[in-house]
Design a protein around this ligand. Structure first.
Ligand code: ATP
Length: 235
């Protein structure tokens, strides 16, 4: 099965209490690909990422990742399977320093990066290693959140709007970082409103509406899909 997707989601439904948020999401991501989920606010992009890793337990459908059945894997086992979710609100330890944040997560797989490797990839974090999470800029917090995930040795990252609220120069730096991770073979599923940013690193796009994936195309076909994009994104 050399051609099997690394992540395969089929007919995914998810609920917040009685509220039915996902209505049969289908998507797949192949090893080494960067795929971006686009769609207006509230269509279910964040819910899709949260459901894949099991943060939302009220869900049905099929989620396969690298030979694991994520529908039946407890949340705390997903990093061991090799998939990590970086939420929009970042989830770093605000009162701990950069160093402490990097030492705390367990290195769970042989591919987990050492703190020294992290600092090579993120020189700006090294310069801030003794600063508390609360003292970091938004961009530094985002980089620290990604760095913590790289410590665990995951082979796939789910990133929820990593550029949200960041200045253009920092957005550029996050783009450089993701391009470097991609060059190293990382598989990435990205939720992103910043369409220009996504075009730089994505291989493919999926479009979401009303809790479903309604279309998709490779980045090379972007120009022929602009009308559809404008309609779905309302931009
Ligand atoms: P955004 O860019 O605003 O995050 P999104 O496409 O990621 O949008 P979701 O956050 O996944 O959308 O939301 C999908 C639907 O689920 C929306 O209708 C939203 O109001 C609803 N929803 C999200 N979180 C909750 C929650 N904790 N409880 C109840 N409903 C929720």
């Amino acid at each position: 099965a050399g051609n099997a997707p690394l992540l395969s989601v089929r007919g995914l439904n998810a609920w917040y209490g009685e509220s039915h948020a996902l209505h049969g999401v289908d998507l797949e991501v192949f090893r080494g690909e960067t795929v971006t989920l686009l769609g207006r606010n509230g269509v279910g992009k964040t819910t899709t990422l949260r459901s894949i890793v099991g943060l939302i337990r009220k869900r049905t459908g099929e989620i396969g990742f690298d030979g694991h059945d994520l529908m039946h894997l407890p949340l705390h086992r997903t990093a061991y399977a090799g998939i990590g979710f970086v939420p929009e609100e970042r989830g770093i330890f605000a009162t701990l320093t950069v160093d402490e944040n990097l030492v705390l997560p367990p290195v769970v797989a042989p591919g987990g990066m050492s703190v020294e490797e992290i600092f090579e990839l993120f020189p700006n974090l090294k310069a801030r290693r003794n600063s508390q999470g609360t003292k970091l800029s938004g961009g530094e917090q985002q980089m620290l959140a990604i760095a913590r995930m790289l410590r665990t040795g995951v082979t796939m990252l789910l990133l929820d709007e990593p550029t949200e609220g960041l200045a253009p120069v920092i957005v550029q730096r996050i783009g450089d970082l993701l391009a470097e991770l991609k060059a190293r073979g990382m598989t990435i599923l990205l939720v992103e409103q910043n369409f220009r940013f996504a075009s730089r690193i994505a291989d493919r796009f999926y479009l979401m509406e009303h809790g479903k994936v309604v279309g998709g195309f490779p980045v090379a076909e972007l120009s022929s899909h602009m009308a559809e994009l404008h309609e779905v994104l309302g931009v």
